[in-house]
Design a protein around this ligand. Sequence first.
Ligand code: ZN
Length: 436
Amino acid sequence: MIEARGGWLLPGLHDHHIHLRALAARDDSVPVGPPQVIGPDEFAAALRRACVRLPTDGWLRGVGYHESVAGPLDRDVLDHLAPDRKVRVQHRSGALWVLNSAACRAAGVDSCALPGIERDAAGRATGRLWRLDSWLGDRVGTRHGDLAALGARAAAAGVTGFTDATPDLTANAIDALAAEVSSGALPQRVHCMAPPARTRPPDDAFALGPTKILLDDTDLPTLPAFIARIEAAHAIGRPVAVHCVTPVQLLLTAAALDDAGILSGDRIEHGALIPADTLNWLRRSSVTVVTQPHFPVERAAQYAADVDPADRPDLWRLGSLRDAGIGLAAGTDAPFGGADPWAVIRAAMHRPEPERLSLTAAVGLFLGEPAHPARRRRISSGAPADLTLLRLPPTDIIVPSRTLVAATVIRGEVVFTADTTVRYTEGSAVPTATDR
Ligand SMILES: [Zn+2]
């Protein structure tokens, strides 16, 4: 029995786009990008401090790098700053790893023929690895990080489920994640994006989700190749989740989905720039846009500098998508965005018109079904008991934040209670229908 004292009871928050392993690993990583590190001097100092602090035979893992700090990186720049140990630095986009020479040797980069290994005119590897996150993870001995600590923090924020949006997960990575869930180390349900080749019987807490497809403006697939990828996923009943951050990526995706046909559950990830003339297609095709309303806040300085004023109305649309009848949901995209869903909710409520959402609509971005993120879950008798209890009723909430979370219940288990204001009695009689 939980005494709710009039607080708002929500179906549990589900973070519809997150990268669990990368988020856990970030906790023992060195931030090397804004806002913590600004300018080449601070970058060099951050690496120097980490070299002193960390064991010499281990990897130094820098995260959050952006060119505004010290320009483009390659192995020579990193060799100059940290020659004696294995260093790898991840770009904030998640698309690029830069390794120094010691790291290149350890990971076998120089002898690897994969197209993601960038090479200079003379054929020497530059240390820049594009979209090779899973390959690199298998090479350097993936540390799964502490998923239990991550899960506990998320439970305290009212999160009862995650959709892991990491592309091209290996079978090993999927098994490891599923094991963390079945052991209870990670209490949340996980809906895990996966390539069509990966299969496993769904269970109550861990299921495979859509196939993630990454697009990159500098290396777009041909339309027939793109259609074939979508059809391969659809053929085994798996929807696609297509990463679209530019108008050209969205237009190509629209053309490919028109040809391949839509499968219920198909989704657009991010939708960072959505031109007005694509809104009709989005509504007609009934794909869901899974967006990050907090990015305009977290990346305000970069957008002010880099985004053409003419494109700004198309940047991170939110309310205008809802008004156009397009299915919407949100994910934190942590660690590439902040991991707190309440910061996302606040950001959604503080957008200028017409993108602003009400408190209820903003919270609703996290209340979708994992497989159909725009379809809201409801609290009802017989539904899975994934619940987030807040201290206050919605009418009393002025600034939504994680401190409002009074209790979190996942599959009927209380995994978090904030303090003694929530009285909780284990094993009490089940309330009858009339009590409810
Ligand atoms: Zn992502």
